[in-house]
Design a protein around this ligand. Structure first.
Ligand SMILES: C[S@@+](CC[C@H](N)C(=O)[O-])C[C@H]1O[C@@H](n2cnc3c(N)ncnc32)[C@H](O)[C@@H]1O
Length: 230
């Protein structure tokens, strides 16, 4: 019963209430509702469970692209990480991330810029991290090329992303909602094939796992996580 109430309320918000508010006042929606929506969904239990599978493996100098509200910060291993550079163009989400960073004993620098045009030196990073960001970054191919540029030769790209489902009924919903869903969800495309993007951009996959995240709607919850090298 609880599951159906959750589905009803989330569909009402996603397909009705949020689109109407955004239609009426785009800047109000993007400044006041969207950052809270991202912070809320990114801190849900199934997503946090995924973070715990990947983030503790980050080592050395880390670059986190699309760091958003800083939800991964609590999962980094202080003993393994020497510095974190968090990149995100959203000032509103950066304010939330900075509050999270204050409570951590980690050397963290924030860059308010796009991951597709990084001001980070080439071959200077040990681990690049991306969680639920490749869906929202407007130029995923350019971003993956930037990740390759900044990673050291033996560096690792660690990711946990949602994207295109292999099931036709789910990918049909993902493809047919793509004309409006990114507008209410900060540019998030649910239909990006993360595995193909990585291969097309010349990454070597060390690990690639997939599941539907429990407790999430299938069109949002098809998850890819793993590690890749350049
Ligand atoms: C769904 S949120 C995920 C946030 C965070 N990675 C997490 O795991 O909670 C998507 C993030 O991508 C960021 N983003 C959008 N365009 C971007 C770009 N061009 N470069 C870097 N980040 C971007 C958004 O600001 C947002 O913080």
């Amino acid at each position: 019963m609880k599951k159906y109430i959750y589905l009803f309320v989330s569909n009402l918000l996603l397909f009705f209430i949020f689109p109407i508010i955004r239609l009426l006042n785009k800047s109000f929606y993007e400044k006041n509702i969207l950052p809270k929506l991202i912070n809320f969904t990114c801190n849900s239990r199934p997503i946090d469970y995924q973070r715990r599978k990947v983030i503790p493996d980050a080592t050395g100098k880390v670059l986190e692209i699309g760091i958003g509200p800083g939800s991964n910060l609590k999962h980094y291993d202080n003993e393994k990480v020497s510095k974190i550079i968090g990149v995100d163009p959203s000032k509103e989400l950066n304010t939330i991330a900075k509050k999270r960073a204050d409570s951590k004993e980690l050397d963290i620098e924030f860059l308010i810029e796009s991951a597709s045009n990084l001001s980070v030196d080439s071959e200077s990073i040990d681990t690049v991290v991306s969680t639920y960001a490749l869906c929202s970054i407007p130029e995923p191919n350019k971003t993956l090329q930037e990740i390759k540029r900044v990673l050291k030769k033996n560096g690792v790209f660690i990711f946990s992303e949602h994207g295109l489902s292999p099931d036709k009924s789910v990918s049909f919903i993902q493809n047919s909602t793509d004309f409006f869903y990114p507008k209410i969800a900060g540019g998030c495309h649910t239909n990006r094939n993360i595995k193909e993007l990585l291969i097309e951009n010349g990454f070597n996959l060390l690990e690639m796992n997939n599941i539907y995240l429990p407790g999430t709607q299938k069109f949002l919850g098809y998850n890819y996580w793993g590690k890749a090298t350049v």
